[in-house]
Write a protein that binds this ligand. Sequence first.
Ligand code: GAP
Length: 555
Amino acid sequence: MTSPTPDHSSTKSMDDIVALCRRRGFIWQSSEIYGGINGFWDYGPLGAQLKKNLKDAWWQDIIKTPPAGPDGNDLDIVPVDCTIIMHPKVWEASGHVGGFNDPMVDDKETKQRFRADHLHALFAENKGAFDNPQTVQAWRDGRIKVLPHLTVVANGIGEAVAMIKGNSKSLKPFRYVEDFGDLEDGYAIKLVDKDNNTVMGVVYPVDQEILKSDIANYPSPFTGKRGTLTEPRMFNLMFVTYVGALQDEDSKAYLRPETAQGIFTQFWNVVDTSRVKVPFGIAQVGKAFRNEVTPRNFTFRSREFEQMEIEFFIRPETAAEWYQYWRDTRYAWWQSIGLAGANLQLREHDKEELSHYAKEGAGVCDVEYRFPFTAPGFGELEGIAHRSDFDLKAHATACGKGEKMMYRDPVTNEKFFPHVIEPSAGADRGTLAVLCEAFTPTPGRAGTQYMMRFTPRMAPIKAAIFPLVNKDGMPEIADKLYRQLRYKYVIETDAKQSIGKRYARMDEAGTPYCFTIDGETAANQTVTVRDRDTAEQSRINIDQVESFLAEHIGS
Ligand code: GAP
């Protein structure tokens, strides 16, 4: 097992990691020959295999051999594979059409783009403090946070408030809306769950005209200068497309911004066709698309990315127990794939940070990794959220069947909408974290500056087979061994260049072991085995190579 690296914030350069990824074929810019396209990334041969290993590990550990639950019994988790384009009503019911419709503001000087309502909230909460350079610095350092919220833009505050208080479809799942007294200008309204009197989010009713004139006068939070911000312009994070020959409002559809909604909309079919009963999970791996305002930090914030999501359906009163369970289980999983050191952390959300579906009580947390570009801070790999019964109820209401769609417990006959604990992970962010963690400078090692210390399970190539020289019967023996092993493992064979250069190439690819056929092999049936991490070599019998790999890599 590879030992975890210490906090790498001071030792690893993101530029070096990106350069190695490019040079060795882990990750390239999409459409590079045309100058690339911002926010889209391709995986080369090594990267595609690495990302597949991560997704396979997740599928194996969640769906094929799920962990034991809190009571010691194996969990029941079934997969689905839903479409990227769904009925547009899905996204109205889920709140994405309302919630993802954001007015944006650009800072002409720094080229930063902000959500206008974020700026609005920021200034409402920090009142003029952005004329103070210390506040500007605090914002730039990420020490100032904005409350999570939805925005309702209308012609006049009165109309916006009216929409919130009764007419807005996307807000219907909230039971109660009340004014948020703390803000001076009264723009914010808080959403409160009447049952347990908890705040579920904040809504800003925004008058387009007032917002326009107000924001143009705000100082830029990045420079403190006034007059550099543009007027707000509407911007939707969902990619729009058209289904069929006509391109009009009726044929408008969206690329899914999360895989979760496929799971929620097929919940009833899964219950009807499988032998699952609450508690159980539905899981899905697939692409999601968000027209991110500022894609950045390599693949960390992309416009096309892949999610690995579990929606785990439970009885409402067990939410706290299951939340705790998934929080600990998912954290341990990320550790198990090689992120076991100080660069991984579990962070509970502040109460104000909760997203629109999350209900206080059971909570929301993130598994976070300290990337070189976030250090000394951390960036989210996976969110674990108690989504309550928000989505099932919203879809049941939106499709018009309402309570008829309640789940019936087969034992007690009780009817209810199950609550959901959602562990939602990013496959691309996970792959990037594994790359950053594995990246290791090798000062003093001949032929290479870096190696990738992947755990054997993640390593794209598990072993390489080399003939020491390309003659004397060595290539034939190497080829035979390669053909024997490649049915079980991803193996590479290579006879070009000096053996030192070939080892160096494998160190950069993160291959844990290299077996070399040399002059002694024909005579005594032994090969050398070289360990990537120590560069040490020993001899083993050629017949033992397969069992060596079974022991050190797994089957
Ligand atoms: N269904 C819940 C959901 O989608 P999220 O926190 O928005 O929650 C879940 O996304 C995960 O998807 C994140 O933890 C992250 O790993 C990944 N993700 C989200 N946006 C991303 C982006 N723009 N680029 C890469 N990964 C992203």
